[in-house]
Ligand binder design. Sequence first.
Ligand code: ZN
Length: 305
Amino acid sequence: MDLPTHFAFALAAGLVFTNNPEVALLIALGSLIPDLDREYWFIPKKIYSDEQIHRAGLHNVFMMALVYLISPYLSLGIFLHVLQDSFTTVKDRGVEWFYPFTRLVKRGRLDCEGNEQPLDPKERVYFYQEDPPGLAKKADSDLRPSYDDNECRPVPWRRVYGFAQNSQILDRSFLIGSIAVILVWFFAPGNTFHIGTLMEVRSGSYSVIGVGFAAILVLFFAGEVDRRGHNPKLGRFNFAKYPIFASGIILLGVWGALMLDNIERNLRTIFLSNPVSVIMVAIIVPLAVFGVIKWKTRRGREGIV
Ligand SMILES: [Zn+2]
């Protein structure tokens, strides 16, 4: 879905559920992160489309877990973003929630037209259905899989798809609905929030969040220059992507340094005061996933994930 939709949705959810503008802005900042995998980052276009990095590289649960170590609120923003993208179609490339492990499941049980495929004795776990190439090839040119024909064939990525198109009715409904919720939150009588609360929050923390937003937006801008650089008409501006990218990375470093106290407190909370959560994540969750796959494949080689 579009970036303003992700931003507004995360901000609205943050304001309503936390009643704290500082926290809500962190959630909204997190919701901008995943689409950085749309940018090429100097990867040749062919590799980018062969590997289908967008909606995979930063749109996955491992990214959420990693960012959770920096801030749970940023991680929640990423989750809300990925959740919204899951509503989108094959054409918009859905979401690969468990990338890179999704690349280990080699085949779909059904081919791209929904016909049952013969089972391969070497494969234990199957995905439900192969990508319909007709729809995948309708994606934007930089997201289109690079094979030339419409033939049914196994592809190496395993994604979830929904029913909604980018920039169409559901995307716009999320955006308008979220803006309405934000306005109600600010102005509805009876709301426990007062405009004065905005001032009471340490003003310093807003400037830290501001640096975070600046870093992400500059990185988006560098990626955009890189993407447009592949267009012959705009190619001469391509050199600008390097200094812009470097500025984005420097800003990201500054933001990280400003967040250091928060990150340290967060890590201490996770690893020292609450070891149960670490045990849950590191031991119980992988065991549970392993158990489910074992159970699903117990009657032979027919498990579907
Ligand atoms: Zn996205």
